[in-house]
Write a new protein. Structure first.
Length: 110
C-alpha cells in the first residue's frame, strides 16, 4: 500500500504532503519515542499524539513512511518545516490512536 492509499482510505487531513508513492508495509502506535526507535520498522505508518519536532527526527531515523497525528492535534511549526525537508507525509486525524490503529489493521497493515 502507498501513502496515497492510506490518505484516501482514512479520510484524514493532510498537514504535509511528502512522498505519496512511498510504500507503507506496517503500522505502529506509540507515544514513547524510545519505543518507536526500538520497535517500529521502516515502512511503518506511525499513529501518535506527539506533535513536536522530535517525531520527525525519529520518523526519519527509523524510516517511517507516514506519521498520523491523532485526537485532533496539530504539529508545531518547526515539526512541519522539518517534515517538508524530509518529504515525510503528516496526517491529522480526529480519531484516537486506537481507532486509527484499527483502521490501519483493517487495511491489512500489521
Amino acid at each position: 500500500m502507498t501513502v496515497q492509499g492510506i490518505v484516501e482510505a482514512l479520510g484524514v487531513d493532510v498537514a504535509v504532503e511528502g512522498d505519496l508513492l512511498r510504500t507503507v508495509t506496517s503500522g505502529y502506535t506509540c507515544d514513547l519515542l524510545s519505543e518507536v526507535i526500538a520497535k517500529a520498522v521502516p515502512g511503518s505508518a506511525w499513529a501518535t499524539i506527539q506533535t513536536h519536532v522530535n517525531i520527525i527526527a525519529v520518523a526519519a531515523m527509523v524510516g517511517i513512511s507516514i506519521v498520523i497525528v491523532c485526537e485532533g492535534r496539530t504539529c508545531e511549526s518547526d515539526a512541519i518545516e522539518h517534515a517538508v525537508k524530509e518529504r515525510l507525509t503528516i496526517l491529522y486525524s480526529k480519531d484516537s490512536a486506537f481507532v486509527v490503529s484499527g483502521k490501519l489493521y483493517a487495511l491489512g497493515l500489521r
